[in-house]
Design a protein around this ligand. Structure first.
Ligand code: B12
Length: 358
């Protein structure tokens, strides 16, 4: 590829053309497949290819190696549930690699092609039961199990009874966030992934958990004393997973911060404008999808070009949990693996002393 080579970032943003080429390559190598696809399934196949291309491109950016390995194990669990033959997925990954490589500069192209080939070998060897995604689940008899069962059955009030039972045996609201809502949400994700529940059941569960968090919120912050510090908390642009950063924002508020929570998908320009307007002590940014980390990296760059020291920036979410040191690589000041650790790290950054624990 010559002067018109595309960048990895560009490929993440616009993967469709390469996905189309990848599908053509797949049909060329396996002509028998062509007749098996109709309008709808062809569209699905294109979407899957676009996803491979996006994740392959992301694998060349900070945190990408760990995220890509995770993607392969995620695919194995998902496609086993859909009964997609392994060799078809392996060929698809190779074709995605070739199509992506064809539009990239030489160095990126070589790396992507190699990674796609390795990914396809890894996919062949991977045991979905031994990987984090497909296995596990809370044991019956636990509050998490009862809570998830209630939500999967569409019974929000029954889930509330689980919460009430926990409260009456002395469990704190902080522990409910950390030890009930958080693992329950992850379990809901697992159930969706292994095709035990529908998208609608997952949506219901998340909406109900957010509803119950809102009910508990006044009690969570009841003891808090204002400390005069301001936090801006937001999800990366394009990021729809907002429960984690909401928990982070709530925990800061409970420690007396004026916590400005902006929810999902905050456009980069809006973040910068709010930071300019509010002059917060700390900015907390969250991503769940690895391809959204680049938005956080760019935002940090933009913030630092205005002032190299302020505000302090805390980052977190799934990509930071699986790639140690990623936070540093993209120029953040710290990370935290959950909402409690987020407050500890943020307080340390801003005051030089660790924040109070529960
Ligand atoms: C609910 C949900 C959704 C909802 C989100 C709705 C909402 N209002 O938030 C919807 C339906 C929109 C959704 C969509 C998708 N989802 Co989804 N989703 C989930 C689910 C089930 C729960 C997320 C959650 O609430 N987690 C609980 C919170 C508390 O955990 P947390 O986010 O990790 O946050 C904690 C820490 O990470 C940390 N933290 C978080 N942010 C920050 C920030 C800072 C600064 C710090 C310090 C710490 C910190 O503290 C938090 C609290 O302790 C997860 C399952 C899972 N394992 O999480 C899948 C999951 C994340 N989704 C997944 C996928 C694939 C998708 C989609 C791509 C599906 C699709 N094909 O459309 C889309 C992508 C949408 C997008 N562009 O963002 C996959 C991701 C796999 C991967 N690694 O890439 C998961 C893991 C499900 C699975 N097992 O397959 N999803």
């Amino acid at each position: 590829m010559g002067r018109n080579a595309r960048t990895l970032e560009d490929l993440i943003e616009r993967p469709d053309e390469a996905a189309g080429t990848a599908l053509d390559l797949l049909f060329e190598s396996r002509p028998e497949l062509k007749d098996r696809y109709d309008g709808r399934s062809l569209l699905r196949a294109r979407e899957d290819m676009a996803h491979h291309v996006r994740r392959l491109a992301q694998s060349g950016l900070p945190g990408g190696e760990a995220a890509f390995r995770d993607y392969i194990s995620w695919l194995k669990v998902l496609f086993r549930g859909l009964r997609l033959p392994d060799d078809l997925v392996e060929d698809s990954l190779r074709c995605a690699g070739r199509a992506a490589a064809a539009v990239l500069g030489e160095e990126d192209a070589r790396a992507i092609r190699d990674r796609a080939d390795r990914a396809s070998e890894l996919y062949a060897r991977m045991d979905p039961d031994a990987e984090g995604y497909g296995s596990g689940g809370p044991p019956p008899g636990t509050a998490v199990h009862a809570y998830v069962r209630s939500l999967v059955d569409g019974q929000r009030d029954r889930a509330r009874m689980v919460v009430d039972a926990e409260l009456s045996r002395g469990v704190s609201i902080r522990s409910l966030y950390l030890d009930l809502f958080q693992p329950a949400q992850r379990e809901v994700g697992r159930l969706w992934h292994v095709r035990e529940i529908s998208v609608a059941q997952e949506h219901f569960a998340t909406a109900a958990t957010q509803y119950l968090m809102s009910e508990l919120y006044p009690r969570l912050i009841a003891q808090s004393r204002t400390n005069g510090r301001v936090l801006v908390a937001a999800c990366a642009q394009g990021e729809l997973h907002e429960v984690g950063i909401r928990m982070v924002a709530d925990f800061f508020q409970a420690e007396g911060w004026d916590s400005r929570y902006f929810g999902a998908n905050l456009p980069a320009d809006s973040l910068l404008a709010e930071v300019e307007r509010l002059r917060p002590d700390l900015v907390a940014l969250s991503a769940t999808l690895p391809e959204n980390v680049r938005w956080i990296a760019r935002s940090i760059e933009a913030l630092r070009s205005r002032d190299p020291r302020r505000p302090a920036v805390l980052v977190g979410g799934f990509p930071f949990l699986i790639a140690e040191g990623l936070w540093k690589e993209i120029g953040a000041d710290a990370t935290g693996s959950d909402c409690e650790k987020a407050v500890e790290a943020g307080t340390r950054l801003v005051t030089g002393t660790p924040g109070p624990k529960e």
